[in-house]
Design a binder for this molecule. Structure first.
Ligand SMILES: Nc1nc2c(ncn2[C@@H]2O[C@H](COP(=O)(O)OP(=O)(O)OP(=O)(O)O)[C@@H](O)[C@H]2O)c(=O)[nH]1
Ligand SMILES: [Mg+2]
Length: 380
């Protein structure tokens, strides 16, 4: 943390290039679970993971997340491996963060902060930037309470309001004013979006939203279908943070609007979900969802379930949907079982490759047919 300059006190300076990652839950890590994902998130920030630390605990230590002995071990290990950063796969309280920092001598992040860092790097429209700033401010305010306590101690005697406390209050009010300003701004965005949606539905266009795990191929699908090569697709997490909509036509010339938006991940931090409300509302208000699953990853079913959980958390799990099982061009042969597995849950699945175009005509026809049924209450 750096208290000087700007509204936010979160230090966005240089990111250490070597990290240690730590978890207190090894229940789903044997086949490459949580810490692999954290390592992947860090790789997206060009941070290399030099060591992994596990401490099996039923709950985090209230004072420093990991036990004291473990935290001291980390200090030595970091020195040995040349790591300057410790990243915890969980959420740290401000106290845990500051204690861990003190005892390990390292820069300390948690999972939310790591994801926020990636979002921050990727945000390049003013709306995405405001949404990320809002998430950061909301993340930061609780940690100011600790800071306020430290500052007020500078003020001395019992019952006095020291100069530190007023300084802290002033800073907190500044952050709160900024939050209000951004919220007003984003409310405007949401109102304009709602008007847009109203106009579209009045024009009879069905609205379909792409949803799915980050890097599953949503933008590639929109790019191939719309032939708009300006749509950015990249092999990295959270490359899309905005909403992009294009009109798509099926083989009979019937059209619908297809929107691409921010990708999901296991335990998407609530502060980001809240801040990205304007973007996620596109999803909630769609007539139909096109849920993209990457068939080439080691556990497609897990990411499918995470997407379902996320849809539930934003109130979009009741919207009719189709599953596009993507990247079949590079998926292992067993992915046929993934398709069967998802179908057996009562989902409509179309195997596709957004890159080669395989299966896309079928996908578009089925999408258009489903939309027709939704809008007119029966098959075409
Ligand atoms: N082989 C293959 N690669 C694909 C396919 N679809 C997408 N990709 C690749 O997967 C990577 C991610 O694709 P994107 O379309 O950017 O993924 P996304 O879901 O939009 O990701 P976020 O915006 O980060 O949530 C890119 O490198 C694409 O080229 C496919 O069908 N086959
Ligand atoms: Mg994308």
């Amino acid at each position: 943390m750096a208290a000087e300059g700007g509204v936010s006190t979160i230090d966005l300076g240089l990111v250490p290039s070597v990290a240690l990652v730590a978890s207190i839950d090894d229940s789903y890590d044997e086949t490459g679970g949580a810490l692999d994902e954290l390592a992947l998130l860090l790789a997206n920030l060009e941070v290399r993971v030099a060591g992994r630390i596990f401490q099996k605990r039923s709950s985090p230590d209230p004072a420093m997340f990991l036990g004291k002995g473990k935290s001291l071990e980390i200090k030595d290990l970091a020195l040995h491996l040349g790591a300057g950063l410790l990243v915890v796969d969980g959420e740290l309280t401000p106290t845990q963060r500051s204690n861990l920092k003190k005892i390990s001598g390292l820069e300390v992040w948690d999972r939310t902060f790591t994801i926020m860092k990636i979002f921050e790097r990727r945000a390049n429209t003013s709306e995405a930037k405001l949404q990320v700033e809002l998430a950061k401010l909301r993340y930061e305010i609780p940690s100011l309470k600790g800071l306020g306590h430290q500052m007020s101690r500078l003020g001395g005697g019992i019952g006095t309001r020291g100069p530190g406390e007023t300084e802290f209050e002033r800073h907190r009010r500044k952050l709160e004013r900024r939050i209000k300003y951004i919220e007003r701004n984003l409310d405007g965005v949401r109102r304009r979006r709602a008007q847009h949606r109203y106009r579209r539905s009045r024009d009879g266009n069905g609205v379909v939203s792409l949803v799915g795990y980050t890097n599953s191929g949503k933008s590639t699908l929109l790019r191939t279908l719309s032939r708009d090569m300006g749509i950015v697709t990249e092999d990295r997490l959270f490359s899309t943070l905005d909403t992009v909509t294009r009109r798509i036509e099926d083989r009979s010339g019937r059209g619908f609007l297809l929107s691409d938006t921010v990708g999901f991940i296991r335990r998407l931090p609530p502060s980001l979900v809240a801040a990205f409300r304007a973007t996620l509302e596109e999803v909630v208000n769609a007539d139909l969802l096109l849920l993209v699953v990457d068939a080439s990853v080691s556990e497609p079913m897990t990411s499918f379930e995470i997407v379902l959980d996320t849809l539930k958390s934003i109130g979009a799990d009741e919207i009719p949907r189709l599953v596009a099982l993507n990247k079949v061009d590079i998926a292992p042969e067993e992915s046929i079982f993934v398709s069967a597995g998802i179908s057996s849950l009562g989902e409509d699945v179309v195997p596709v490759s957004a890159l080669t175009g395989q299966g896309l005509s079928e996908l578009v026809d089925l999408t258009s047919q489903k939309l027709f049924e939704i809008k007119h209450g029966g098959p075409t």
